[in-house]
Design a protein around this ligand. Structure first.
Ligand code: IPM
Ligand code: MN
Length: 371
């Protein structure tokens, strides 16, 4: 398969981790005889510095011309602490989603048995949790009309949804539930919000097309508690943009593996893949950031193009690296490996069918993985 992949590595640790993900994609290309053409483009704070815009026209064009987008992270402390900033790195991502019609954010929660001890929740609560959040991404309060009165004392953000916007993501979520454990939970605030009542109405209507999927409704405040109390009850969670923003972050810390979670944002014509974690300015440039989430974002990218064996190969390699403790300091506090060595191990592992090249003794010592 031939794929054009736009690489928007962004800010903070973004460039370091995306570099490892590209390395892994190159290994997959070599092993399975694919051709992946990468085209780099700037976004976020770096793009503001260079062009004044967090999403320059050139970047948008490269993304629109590509089959998929690999996205790193965006952000800069100088904008985080300044509510008056007129342009912000995050606007690059928000504009990109809208411009390319990436209306569904697919956010799986996977638990890794070897990392459960890192979770703040009890092991029994977390073990086996396996759900996916479908978050609407191009409408709602994020994109509604915004106003600030002239005297600066009154502000508003409008939240609007149309049936069409609700329907298209609902179909994706129902289809996912149909091939999973056949349960869909719509999270809303239908006791207060008109938009939520429209979501309920449309989801009830659409559920008739998927009779094998059991539908459940939860108010968002209650859902926030249930995610912590009993995450195993969920299979597919469907929700609007803002609730989804909050719940995906909450979900990402349940399993103790935030450094391993990735998400996909898809539309009719385009798809973007990114790690769930932030841009970690404290770790930038130190070659210690965990590249696994971005590497697993690449596995989601391959799944999207139905390259299931290739994606599975990456997941096996990632799990192997964790089992062998070939990990960055966030996972391995004693003999940690660098971002680059973790990326090297995973791509070498993919290319080495016999799995003969690594030396367990050296790994335990935190040294080279090559004999
Ligand atoms: C996310 C992020 C973005 C969002 C920010 C960076 C604008 O938090 O992808 O969830 O709020 O959607
Ligand atoms: Mn968020």
């Amino acid at each position: 398969m031939k794929l054009k992949i736009a690489v928007l590595s962004g800010d903070g640790i973004g460039p370091e981790v995306t570099q490892q993900a590209i390395k892994v994609l190159n290994a997959i290309a070599e092993k399975y005889h694919h051709v992946f053409n990468f085209k780099k483009a700037i976004v976020g704070a770096k793009a503001i510095e260079e062009t004044g815009s967090p999403l320059p026209e050139e970047t948008l064009k490269i993304c629109a011309d590509s089959d998929a987008i690999l996205f790193g992270t965006v952000g800069d402390p100088k904008y985080d602490s300044n509510p008056n900033a007129k342009v912000r790195p995050e606007q690059g991502l928000i504009k990109l989603r809208k411009s390319l019609g990436l209306f569904a954010n697919i956010h799986p929660l996977i638990t890794y048995n070897s990392l459960i001890h890192r979770s703040n929740l009890k092991k029994d609560v977390v073990k086996g949790a396996d759900f996916v959040i479908y978050r609407e991404l191009t409408s709602g309060i994020y994109y509604g009309e915004k106003n600030l009165s002239e005297d600066g004392n009154t502000a508003s953000d409008n939240c609007t949804y149309t049936s069409e916007e609700i329907d298209r993501i609902s179909h994706l979520a129902f289809k996912a539930a149909h091939v999973r454990r056949k349960k869909l939970t719509l999270v809303d605030k239908a006791n207060v919000l008109e938009t939520s009542r429209l979501w309920r109405k449309r989801v009830l209507e659409i559920s008739k097309i998927y009779p094998d999927v059991k539908v459940e409704f939860l108010f968002v405040d209650h859902a926030a508690t249930q995610l912590i109390l009993n995450p195993k009850q969920f299979d597919v969670i469907l929700t609007e943009n803002m609730f989804g923003d909050i719940l995906t972050d909450e979900a990402s810390v349940i399993s103790g593996s935030v450094g391993l979670l990735a998400s996909a944002s898809v539309g009719q014509y385009h798809a973007l893949f990114e790690p769930v974690h932030g841009y970690y300015p404290q770790k930038k440039g130190k070659n210690i950031a965990n590249p696994l989430a971005t590497i697993l974002a690449v596995a989601m990218l391959l799944d999207h193009f139905k390259l299931y064996d290739e994606a599975e190969n990456i997941r096996v390699a990632v799990e192997k690296s964790i089992d062998l403790n070939i990990s960055t300091p966030d996972l391995n506090t004693t003999n940690h490996f660098s971002t680059t060595s973790v990326g090297n191990f995973i791509s070498d592992f993919i290319l080495d069918d016999e799995n003969t090249f690594y030396n367990k003794h050296n790994i335990d010592l935190g040294q080279s993985t090559i004999i």
